[in-house]
Design a protein around this ligand. Structure first.
Ligand SMILES: Cc1cc2nc3c(=O)[nH]c(=O)nc-3n(C[C@H](O)[C@H](O)[C@H](O)COP(=O)(O)O)c2cc1C
Length: 317
């Protein structure tokens, strides 16, 4: 047996150290409460919490989640208790977990983002903020204050993206990570806006706008009609975005899209991601992320790679 190398999986996103590159993605791990009972959550590289908004949100009409042959369509609609409840009731327990805590924030306008960030600034134990600019399930609310007729998400518009990221940047020194939408023609231009606005990293990507119809009733399956597709179906699509953005924009990437095993995770890292976030995979198997961490370590050892960092963007083209 060779020497133990405890640093083999260690990495970082700007100032934020990560014990390993495997995180859990927003909305698929709640605020970690239920998961604490199931396995040792301290082993995770990081936890990205369910998106919080300024005020509590009840979410969309049910049904809000359905299975497709190769994935899941959800239209939860950012159900959450609001920032104050999060600070009072969720953060004290999250803070105790020995891993990076990244709080996902969402808003319909710049002022909402600013107010959430202000309130979070006073709270200890937060390592980073993921700025959710890309939830496909609350389109009509997100465009308030822009053009009422348009169906644009913030992350579908380079200027709106710049404006929100800049506003957050001005209020915090914490690591900030805008989360982008895959429903775009040119993600690189949106990622460039993030860079120009002072983001520390980018999260690629949220779910793909999608729908399904019940042919018996001829009604849409989801209460909200449309939702977001996640799971294995989207992995090759999101992989392409990660590769494309990493070729052009000099920011670390957290990749999420259909990661169901360690091979998927490694593909994203080789394509150019610094870290990965497991989403739908958690719903199927809560312990999947820790399995992936073990398997990545094994792969590195077997291939004589001394640091996960050496694999980032190691694609041979
Ligand atoms: C049930 C469900 C809820 C989600 N909620 C959020 C959310 O609140 N905020 C967010 O940024 N992404 C949310 N997502 C998107 C995931 O974080 C992830 O980016 C996406 O599902 C792609 O990864 P996956 O294919 O591994 O699930 C949600 C996804 C699912 C399936």
């Amino acid at each position: 047996m060779g020497m133990m190398n405890n640093d083999i999986l260690k990495t970082n996103i700007a100032e934020m150290g990560l014990k390993n590159p495997v995180l859990v993605s927003s909305g698929t791990f709640g605020y970690a409460e239920e998961y604490k009972e199931l396995f040792d959550v301290n082993k995770l590289g990081g936890i990205i919490t369910k998106t919080i908004t300024l005020k509590p949100k009840k979410g969309n009409a049910s049904p809000r989640i359905m299975e497709t042959p190769c994935g899941v369509i959800n239209s939860i609609g950012l159900q959450n208790p609001g920032v104050d409840d999060f600070i009072k009731n969720k953060m004290p327990k999250l803070k105790e977990i020995d891993t990076a805590i990244i709080v996902s924030i969402g808003g319909s306008d710049t002022e909402e983002f600013e107010e959430i960030v202000r309130r979070l600034e006073k709270v200890r134990g937060i390592d980073g903020l993921e700025i959710n600019l890309s939830c496909p399930n609350i389109i009509s609310e997100l465009v308030t204050g822009f053009t009422e007729e348009s169906n644009l998400l913030i992350a579908q518009d380079a200027y709106l993206t710049f404006e929100k990221v800049r506003a957050v940047r001005k209020l915090t020194k914490r690591t900030i990570i805008p989360k982008l939408s895959p429903n775009v023609t040119d993600m690189v231009s949106i990622a460039r806006s993030c860079y120009d606005a002072g983001a520390d990293a980018i999260s690629i990507a949220n779910t793909y706008s999608a729908m399904a119809i019940d042919i018996k009733t001829r009604k849409p399956f989801l209460g909200n009609i449309i939702g977001g597709l996640s799971g294995p179906a989207i992995k090759p699509l999101t992989l392409k975005f990660v590769w494309e953005v990493s070729q052009t924009i000099d920011l670390p990437i957290i990749a999420s899209g259909g990661i169901m095993n360690y091979k998927d995770a490694l593909e994203f890292i080789i394509a150019g991601a610094r870290a990965v976030a497991v989403g739908t995979g958690n719903i199927i198997d809560p312990k999947l992320s820790v399995e992936i961490i073990k398997e990545i370590e094994k792969y590195l050892n077997e291939n004589n790679i001394s640091s996960i960092k050496d694999l980032e963007g190691a694609i041979e083209t």
